[in-house]
Write a protein that binds this ligand. Sequence first.
Ligand SMILES: Cc1cc2nc3c(=O)[nH]c(=O)nc-3n(C[C@H](O)[C@H](O)[C@H](O)COP(=O)(O)OP(=O)(O)OC[C@H]3O[C@@H](n4cnc5c(N)ncnc54)[C@H](O)[C@@H]3O)c2cc1C
Length: 540
Amino acid sequence: MSSSLETDLVIVGAGTAGCLLARRLIEQTSARVILLEAGPRYPGWALGAPLAGLRLRTNWSWRHQTVPQAALDHRQIPIPMGRVVGGTSSVNAMVAALGPPTDFDEWVRLGCEGWSADELAASLQSTGRSLFQPVLPVSPARFESPFSTAFLQACETLGLRHVEPFTGDRAQTCGLFPLFQQHGTRCTAAQQLVGLEQHPRFRLLTGQTVRRVLVERQQAVGVEIQSGRQQTVVRAQAGVILSAGALQTPALLQLSGVGPAALLRHSGIAVELDLPGVGQGLQDHVGAPVVIQSRAASPGRPSRWLQAAVQWLLGRSGVMTSNCCEAGCFLGPGTGLPFGEIFTHFQTRRHSQAVELMCALVRPASRGSVTIDPADPWGPPRIDPGYLTDPADWAPLRELVMTAREIAAQPALREFGLGAELLPGDQPLDEFLRRHASTCHHPVGSCRMGTDALAVVNPRLEVHGLRRLWLADNSIAPVIPRGHTAATALVIAEQGARLIARQLNGAAGGSPRPRREPRHCPTPTVAAHSIDAAGASARE
Ligand SMILES: Cc1cc2nc3c(=O)[nH]c(=O)nc-3n(C[C@H](O)[C@H](O)[C@H](O)COP(=O)(O)OP(=O)(O)OC[C@H]3O[C@@H](n4cnc5c(N)ncnc54)[C@H](O)[C@@H]3O)c2cc1C
C-alpha cells in the first residue's frame, strides 16, 4: 500500500536535535513542518523516573552494535541510542556537562566559520540562553550516594578542585554532575514539542521509519517512509533536514545515493552524488571500568526499590532521582583542556555489591566509520568506531586506569568500604583494555562539517553538492567534544535552526524573519534554567 503527503520541510528524527529544531523552525519561519520519528511517543511513565528509566530504556532504544572491534579482541559493543520521541535524550544518563566551550573554537580552525564559542554564545544570548544554559532545564543532583561523596573527597585529597556547577570545562576539577532534570524528573527534548503539536503548521508522525531521501536534479524533494507494510512519500517543497543521529544520518544518506560511489555501487544503490566523507570519521569516547567490590550495600539494591519508588512518587526525592553516575573528575596534564574523565557508578550491571570508576578518553585519536552493509543495504548499518585502533590512545587510557586506582586507594574510599579490585584485577593492563574497553555512548562526526574534500556539510549545514538538504545532529561535529554530547546536539540544533531559517527566509546575512503566527505556539511548561551564564548554580 502506498500514499503521499505534502509539506514544506521534513525533519527526519524527533531526537535531541530534531525536536528543538522543529520548534525553532516553526517559530522562525513560515514553513509547514513534518517531523518524522521511527519510535513511539515519549513514555513519561516509564522513562521519567530517572533511575527506573535507566533500567527500562532498552525497550526504547535501537539495538545497534558495532562490528567486531579489531583492537578489542573482536568484541561487538552495543550502543543503545534512543528510538523514541526525544531520541537519545529520552534514554541517556542525563549528565549536563558540555565540556570546554573552546572546543567549538577548534571547529572554526577546522573550517567551520561562524561556530566559535563566542559566536555561538552571542546568538544564544538573543534567546536568553548560554552554552551552559541549554534549552532543557538543568538542575543540581537531588541525591548523592555515599560512594560519590567518598569519591569526591578522594579526588580532593589528590589535589583536584571541587567545583559547582561541574561542567567539565577545565582539567583537574571534580564534582557532582548537573543533570537534565526538573523536580527530580528526567527532562527530554520531547518537551520541546509540548504545545507545538496544536500548531496548524506542525505535524509529528511517530512509528515512521524513513527509508531514504528522494533526490531529483541534485535537490532533495522529499522522503520515503515505511510503517509496517504501508509506504508513504512525503514531498517537501522547501527541503529535508536529517537529524537521525550520528549512527543513522550517514546510513540514510548512503541509502539515498549520497556517499562514497564505490560503496553505493557495491550495495546496488544508484549514485546521486559521490560524496566520499559520508560515514567516515566516526569518533566516540572510549572507556574502561575499574570495578571494586564494596562492603557498603548499594543505594539502588532491589530491597530498596519499594521505598525508593514511594519516596519518588511522594516527594520526587531519594535514590530514584539518581542517574547512577553522579560524580566525576576531568583530568589533564595541567589545568587547561582535559584528556580524560573518570566517573562513578554506584552499582555495576553485574554486581550490586561492586562500584565502578569508569575511565574515559575525551579526545581519542581513533576514527571509524558507518556504512550500509553491501550484503544487506536496508538492514542495520555497519558501525565501526575503530576503538583503540590508533596507538596514541593506549597510553592515556592506561594512565586513566592507574589514576582511578590511585583515587580508590585514598583513605576516603578505603573507609567507605572498598574491597578487592575485580577489574582490571591482576590482568596485564593491555589485555584488560582489549577485553573490557567499551563505548561511553558519545558517537559523533560521521558526516563532518567543513570545507575539505571529506567534509559532508558546509558551515550552513547544507550537504555539499546538493540543494535543500541539511544535516543537524551530532553527525556533523568535526571533532568530538571533550564533554558529554547531549548538550552539543542542543547547541547544533539551536544554531542549525537559525542558519536554516535564514536560508529559508531568503535573508542570508540578516536575522531570521519570524512568522506572524496564525495561532499562539505555547512555550513548553519547563521552568527557567538553574545554571546562569557565569556558571553559578541555584537549587530548583
Ligand atoms: C546510553 C547512553 C547514555 C548517554 N548519556 C549521556 C549523558 O548522560 N549526557 C550526555 O550529554 N550525553 C549522553 N549520551 C549521548 C547523547 O545523549 C547523544 O549524543 C545525543 O542525545 C544525540 O543527539 P542526536 O540529536 O544527534 O541524536 P538522537 O537524540 O539519537 O536522535 C536521533 C533520532 O532519530 C530517529 N531516527 C533514526 N533513524 C531514523 C529513521 N530512519 N527514520 C525516522 N527516525 C529515525 C531516532 O529514533 C532518534 O529519535 C548518552 C548516550 C547513550 C546511548
